[in-house]
Design a protein around this ligand. Sequence first.
Ligand code: HEM
Length: 405
Amino acid sequence: MVTMRVDGSIGLVRLGYRWAAELRRGQPAVETRFLGRPAAVIGGPAGVRRFYDPRLRRQGAVPTPVSSVLFGRASIHGLDGDEHHHQKTMYIEALGPDSLGRLRDQARRQWAAAARAWEPGRPFVLFDQAVHVLSAVAIAWSGIPCGPGEVSRRAGQLVAVLDGFASPGPRYLRARLARRRLDRWATALIRAVRTHHIVPDPGTALETTAEARDVTGRLSADPAAAVALLNLVRPMVAVAWFVAFAGVALDHQPWWRARIADGDAAACTAFAHEVRRRYPFVPVLAARARTDQDVLGVPVPDGGYVILDVDGTDRDPRHWPDPDRFDPGRFLGPTIAPGTLVPQGGGDLRTGHRCPGEAATLVLLEEAVRRLALTRYDLPPQDLTVDLARIPARPLSGVVAVTRR
Ligand code: HEM
């Protein structure tokens, strides 16, 4: 067992995505300190199982400056027990099969419109395009009334939150300001629905969150409903990070690109999974011990941290041979073994904190990948370096692409 004296939070800021894997070196658990407290860093299928054990809690797991900007105040991410279970049901229902069908239609339409505007020979930045398209898709899918000018403004705020929540300095300040504006906007929308000034389509996220009740059956407060609404809109824009990586990967994989362009749906899904595995948005997840306990051989006291190594689990060579190679073929075979692919968390969807937006993410990413595969584009010389210390990471240039004449 490795004992680290330097606080792990410093390592995470310095090394970013590779911090936890470098600490674990393939072990299921290692001892460290995190934010001044004893901690265990765990990974692999056993680590994933242990991370979703009810002996751990989420309340206070993510420092407030980060969680309040990324998720909003008192968001589902930091809830436990009945309150968490109650809210989780609402998210799962808001993302049911009909809703995903509407999402796919929206995404297909918006990507087709974006591609029509790509003039041959004129460069565009794929990441920026993806932010705009995904914001437009998320807002329309949610049932939020919004003109094109406002979509651009909200897209700027949504990407500021996602880009800056984990970066100390000006990026973080931009993110905080953007969060405040988004909270105000979403709260006004909830109020407008509750006072019948807006009548959203049935089954949309705006209607569902405006009607949401807390665990005691009381209508949830306007700001709480607004946080829930933004928790359905904002993460759809996070898919832009995956789209940027997908744009590079398609350029490097002409065989897959041709297969997807030919309409091979299984190839498209496999490609999307490999992008999620290989280029995670989130390097680690955090929980805290409810009592003194043993975490896979590491003693963690009450209040100590348990950190799940997401990136290291997704690149574990025991489950993903030659893990740094981009190979969608990994996902054409048997089903994914539990606890081996956790870019959006793991464990049970209903009882744990696993992301309820995995199917939505796949829908959004597949539609982007399909459109890009159908588009004849090249990547001119540019800086595609990925700084793995920066969370969230993406190619530096934002992926400049030029469609062929
Ligand atoms: C880039 C795409 C996405 C990534 C990387 C991502 C990642 C994650 C991760 C890592 C978690 C936490 C898992 C845990 O703590 O155990 C999570 C939770 C969550 N995600 Fe996502 N997600 C994405 C897209 C979405 C989408 C599209 C939605 C909804 C439209 C969504 C809604 C949520 C919600 C509500 C939670 C909280 C679940 C809970 O606490 O029980 N996410 N996501």
